[in-house]
Design a protein around this ligand. Structure first.
Ligand SMILES: [Fe+2]
Length: 379
């Protein structure tokens, strides 16, 4: 059997050439423009276990008490992750840096924002806490501190020998087997049952720009990769992703490491320490990152990545049909655990969504078809 069709890369249409049947993503005016994804917040039943995973994953402990864990990467951010001890493990929310002239008073009046306590932000700063439409806490902070970056090894690719170009002469490639030191927090992905409401809220409150918008065969929108609007300064292909689905939940977060060899050596360390590998190493299509996915003890997903795309604010939005094939360019097959398991609980959730009118049967079937069509039949 020929797999020629599956070997074709998915089409990508610029906004100006969007197919007629595809809905356009309406962009509301932004209240303020976030300049950085600062840190994520989790509740954890077992802080020791959480700290062990994140340490093996390449984060560095800044502060640890019986009730709280603050971790940083090697970059200048004072924190990239904050965890509190709690009865139930859960993703609490994310924190973004916003400009110092942000009108926090207006956010309190119009968006239900609550001012943050003086010592709430690790590394110092002030700001407010909002709730997105799915109930995740979103902190907008300003005047955030910086710390001195920690030393990391030099990336190897500068000396990579390629066909016709061998800059590495009389020298070998030897990397230490060590955790993939995380430089910084790259992005957070959230699944939602109400794509439009969530997408609109994040565009309005963070000023994020849709880089790639994915749609179902009927042209309805399903998933969008958003980048920060940093003007002429290149910004990651995505910092926030809103993905359609049958649940409102944290999907995964991604953390940038030095290079591909760090990704590989980091995998060895995580495997050796008994952590649960999920998917990788492979290369994504949208965003182009080389990736490696892990699950922590509570089944939350964490992605190591390197070599992601960056775009300036003027780069035109692309529309891409959603398919499993559009998730990755090469590497192992996408694991079944990337999609919801077909359990009675899932069926019940789908029935509830249908009954409440939050999803149509047609959309449910199109989503199911997209997820059930094998992308790489030879894998
Ligand atoms: Fe990702």
């Amino acid at each position: 059997m020929s797999h020629a069709k599956a070997l074709k890369a998915p089409p990508e249409y610029p906004e100006s050439a969007r197919p007629a049947h595809v809905q356009g993503l309406v962009r509301p005016a932004a209240l303020q423009k976030a300049t950085q994804l600062a840190f994520l917040r989790f509740d954890k039943t077992d802080l020791d276990k959480a700290q062990r995973f994140w340490t093996d994953f390449g984060l560095i402990t800044v502060r640890r008490t019986s009730d709280e864990l603050v971790m940083r990467g090697a970059g200048s951010a004072p924190a990239v992750l904050v965890a509190r001890r709690a009865k139930v493990s859960r993703f609490v929310g994310s924190a973004f840096v916003v400009p110092s002239d942000t009108d926090f008073g207006r956010l309190q009046r119009d968006s239900g924002a609550q001012p943050l306590a003086a010592n709430a932000v690790p590394g110092g700063g002030r700001g407010v806490s909002l709730r997105d439409p799915d109930g995740h806490e979103v902190w907008l902070i300003t005047d955030w501190g910086v710390v001195d970056p920690l030393p990391t090894r030099e990336p190897l690719h500068r000396h990579m020998n390629t066909l016709g170009h061998s800059p590495r002469v009389n020298a070998t490639v030897r990397t230490d087997i060590e955790p993939a030191i995380v430089g910084r927090l790259g992005h957070v992905v959230m699944q939602t049952t109400d794509f439009h409401t969530m997408a609109n809220w994040y565009m309005r409150h963070l000023g994020v720009i849709p880089t790639d918008v994915q749609y179902l065969p009927d042209g309805s929108l399903f998933l969008t990769f958003f980048r920060l609007d940093l003007g002429d300064t290149p910004s990651d292909h995505h910092t926030v992703v809103i993905a359609g689905g049958l649940e409102a939940r944290y999907e995964h977060s991604a953390w940038e490491v030095v290079d591909l060899d760090a990704l590989g050596q980091g995998q060895q360390v995580l495997r050796a320490n008994g952590h649960q590998h999920m998917w990788g190493i492979g290369r994504h299509v949208l965003g182009s990152q080389l990736f490696d996915y892990w699950k922590d003890a509570d089944q939350f997903e964490f992605e190591h990545y390197t070599d992601g795309d960056v775009f300036t604010a003027d780069h035109e939005t692309r529309y891409v049909p959603f398919s499993v094939a559009s998730i990755w360019a090469w590497g192992h097959d996408v694991p079944a655990s990337m999609f919801p398991a077909k359990t009675p609980a899932l069926l019940w959730r789908a029935i509830k969504l249908l009954r409440s009118g939050r999803i149509t049967l047609k959309r449910l079937m199109l989503m199911g078809q997209a997820v059930d069509t094998p992308a790489r039949p030879w894998l």
